[in-house]
Design a binder for this molecule. Structure first.
Ligand SMILES: *Cc1c(COP(=O)(O)O)cnc(C)c1O
Length: 372
């Protein structure tokens, strides 16, 4: 059996160890420290946003965002439907209730028309959580305008889309509060980690406070609020600083992978995951959908790849179809829900930064064989 080809695995470069070594040498093997401060500063500067709080995960960043947005028990929060559960779970942590909004076919992200329907149905909604799926920016102009018109706070889940831009501006800077992730499969990784980003310095300070157990400034341990242990460690932040130096390189490699598939599959009854002409995805995962009416199923394709030791993965299963969210509202502007259709016809392909031309050939030949 030939070597395994991964969907998206960590790619280290060596510089990461320099920052870790520095932490060891200065004995800052602790939460907080120079790497944490510098990683926050460097990431915020890269994205062009005011402040960042480095946390243990993207999910923790989303949780802090939901708290900062003021979600209280019983509040309805409008959320992307076609996404990973981590986008929407923090609403439940705070006792809120998700209102799921369908995707549109041009970016696979939240459909602005369905978002309008959600506000019509629930005019009291004041928070929207928007994910940029697989690294493709959503229709941000429309979504930002609708949120403004309804006086709603936008939270961007840019966990998958770090380094992607919409009209020249990075995703993760459009929301009042924004979350990114450095989980092991993301475009850059710290093994696990995340960051909350905002132009509101006081809000970021508040998130740092909650994330360090809500310790009041007193010599003893004084608490007026419930706290969390969410801060990133100085070692983990060192990996992040080294990875950030290679973010653009990873993005370029993933873009090349996408276009290699696109060219190779030009004559097959498939389409690559689409994006808007004025956005620049980070191409975190290359995905395809099989044309309607074609006899081949994504599961057939996935199993054929698996037999060749190649990792492929179904599209995220829509949240409104998840048993845990049974009974939640779901709004669509389409006759047939778009997210369900993408889930039924789609598959995520190996998009690993370390894929060689020979690896790409192996994937492509296997896919072509299934359609032959
Ligand atoms: C990975 C991911 C998250 C969560 O990030 P973690 O760092 O794994 O907690 C949130 N949303 C989306 C869309 C993701 O893909």
């Amino acid at each position: 059996m030939e070597g395994r080809i991964y969907l998206s695995s960590p790619t280290m470069h060596g510089e990461e160890q320099r920052y870790i070594q520095e932490a060891f040498d200065t004995n800052w093997v602790a939460p907080l420290g120079k790497n944490v401060d510098e990683f926050e500063r460097e990431m915020a500067a890269y994205l062009g946003i005011g402040h960042g709080a480095a946390l243990v995960s993207g999910t923790a960043a989303l949780h802090m965002a939901v708290k900062l947005a003021g979600v209280r028990p019983g509040d309805r929060v409008i959320c992307s439907d076609l996404t990973f559960s981590a986008t929407v779970n923090p609403v439940s942590y705070e006792g809120g209730e998700q209102v799921f909004v369908d995707s549109e076919p041009e970016t696979w992200n939240m459909d602005p028309r369905a978002l309008e329907l959600a506000f019509e149905r629930y005019p009291d909604c004041r928070v929207v959580i928007l994910a940029h799926l697989y690294g493709t920016p959503a229709k941000l102009e429309e979504i930002v305008a609708i949120c403004k018109a309804h006086d709603a706070v936008l939270i961007e889940d840019a966990a998958e889309s770090l380094s992607a831009t919409y009209r020249g501006r990075y995703t993760g800077t459009f929301g009042t509060y924004n979350a990114i992730s450095f989980n092991g499969n993301k475009i850059i990784t710290t093994s696990g980690g995340g960051m909350l980003l905002s132009d509101d310095g006081e809000a970021i300070q508040k998130a740092r406070f909650w994330s360090t157990q809500s310790r009041e400034p007193a010599p003893w341990y004084e608490h007026k609020e419930i706290g969390y242990n969410y801060r990133m460690s100085n070692i983990v932040a060192g990996i992040g600083r080294g990875q950030l130096l290679h973010l653009e390189e990873h993005r370029a490699k993933k873009e090349e992978i996408y276009h290699t598939y696109e060219r190779a599959f030009a004559d097959l009854p498939v389409r690559m995951n689409p994006y808007l002409p004025d956005s620049r995805p980070n191409f975190w995962l290359s995905c395809l959908t099989i044309d309607p009416g074609c006899a081949v199923t994504p599961e057939q394709l996935r199993l054929a790849l698996q037999a060749e030791n190649i990792e492929a993965r179904p599209i995220w299963k829509p949240m409104h179809l998840q048993p845990v969210f049974q009974g939640r509202a779901f709004l669509t502007a389409a006759e047939k829900p778009v997210g369900e259709d993408i889930f039924a016809r789609g598959l995520c392909l190996p998009s690993d930064v370390k894929n060689t031309p020979a690896d790409m050939e192996r994937v492509i030949e296997t896919v072509k064989r299934v359609f032959a």
